[in-house]
Ligand binder design. Sequence first.
Ligand SMILES: [Zn+2]
Ligand SMILES: [Zn+2]
Length: 384
Amino acid sequence: MSKRDYYDVLGVAKGASADEIKKGYRKKAKELHPDRNADNPDAEAQFKEANEAYEVLKDADKKAAYDRYGHAAFENGMGGGGGHPGGGFHGQGDFGSAFSDVFDDLFGDFMGGQRGGGGRSRAARGADLRYNLRVTLEEAYAGLQKTINVPTSVSCDSCDGSGAEGGAEPTTCPTCSGMGKVRAQQGFFTVERPCPTCSGMGQIIQNPCKSCGGQGRVHKDRALAVNIPAGVETGTRIRLAGEGEAGMRGGPSGDLYIFIEVDAHKIFEREGTNLFCRVPVAMTTATMGGDIEVPTIDGGRSRVKIPSGSQSGRQMRLRSKGMPALRGGPAGDMFIELAVETPVNLTSRQKELLKEFEELSEENNPQSSSFFSSVKNFWDSMKG
Ligand SMILES: [Zn+2]
Ligand SMILES: [Zn+2]
């Protein structure tokens, strides 16, 4: 089921431009055209593969989705019911690799437990599992691959799920003759109790499987590599079809739901795709204007021009510096709110200058702004 990378298929580099992609495709299409490859049996499949890759990469939206999620971006809904490998994952051994298929819109499906198809009675489907995953805001920003250990019960290999050693059939319990109950005299009364030998099952396994103790299923931690796409937020649910508990008597496996919780961040607050933070600005910078550097969620820094005369509380926007949108579309913005810092621990020289500044302000600008009066108040309190 492994698909080749679309860029590789077209023989272009990952960040290739639309023009390069077009050229790459034309070249491949020429090489692989069925008319020229009558004696190459693989050419047709490769030609189709190149077409498929080009269909995606020529379309800006699809390309963006592919860049972010890889092939998983298009798996969902492909080819109707059989589109997802589903049950194909179980029995794959200890380490599976799974792609998220759809997000919270499937939640109803999970809660209801009612699924389409079938309708007839069938072997019991395994339970859905829930896994809570905490991620940092940085991880939610970038997306991540995480290996999680999923505690689950899987069909016992040693007994093939029957619970009996060597595959023997269970036999009727000799204590209760298969009734599951025993009668006991208690004073004048006769009471019925569940049979102690078979725990009320009516059948016993003479020689229980040593691996599973006769349960037919064993608990197992499975390591599962999961792709968490960029842009997830608290409450995002990711379904991994067929990664839940093994079914009973050969029934299909349940699904695994990953519930995301994004940790609070020490600087940023998030609202949808937008990020907000307060940034301290020196009084002198706010007064005279200047550049400051602010940290961004991608781990970098952005330069921001502070206009002269900026007051505390002034909001500024950094376009597209917010969170990516989970389902594609433009990224959010980052909003910063300026917090002008009042200087503290002044030297006597600084106090002198501020005093002079204050006197000049009274001559020059008798109706001082609230900012200047706050400097004055501060100064007054220093004197007090
Ligand atoms: Zn067993
Ligand atoms: Zn019994």
